[in-house]
Write a protein that binds this ligand. Structure first.
Ligand SMILES: [Zn+2]
Length: 156
């Protein structure tokens, strides 16, 4: 912010009528004219700081399937005394899909995970914060055959 009369840099300027024209002037120069209002140049900047960018938040947090989903699904199903086939029918999915999921051979898509969460009344999704935890890579599990391998085998 620069005083339009003396050219000095000031934090606060005043709107003043000096010799018939409206100017932004410093506290010294304001005495030469009639002050109308005090300018608050920081107001816009304050607004920006207070409001976080929603885009940024979205990128940091995302929903992920819990690591032990296979065990959780199997245990919850057994508690309800349902076979894989019965549960598959109840949620309109193929029995083979349920089998693959419970055997940890397949990471179910979010839509199916949400269906299973509702049906079994268990929590299978956690909020993933990239700032707090490193990215969990399913293909790096210490098993001889990885999920990535299985998908490739199946395609052949
Ligand atoms: Zn001035």
């Amino acid at each position: 912010m620069m005083c339009e009369m003396c050219g000095q840099e000031k934090l606060h300027l005043y709107k003043a009528i000096v010799e018939g024209s409206l100017l932004s002037v410093c506290d010294k120069c304001k005495n030469f004219g009639n002050v109308i209002s005090v300018e608050k140049p920081k107001l816009e900047e304050q607004k920006k700081v207070k409001k976080p960018e929603p885009k940024f938040v979205d990128e940091e947090k995302q929903e992920v399937v819990v690591d032990d989903f296979a065990k959780k699904i199997k245990e919850a199903r057994e508690k309800m005394a349902l076979t894989q086939e019965q549960m598959a029918k109840s949620i309109a999915e193929k029995e083979s899909i349920i089998h693959k999921i419970e055997s940890n051979l397949m990471v179910p898509p979010m839509s199916l995970i949400k269906k299973l969460e509702q049906f079994l009344r268990i929590k299978l999704i956690e909020e993933f914060d990239s700032n707090k935890r490193p990215v969990k890579d399913f293909s790096l599990k210490d098993e001889t055959v990885t999920i990535g391998d299985l998908i490739r085998i199946k395609k052949k």
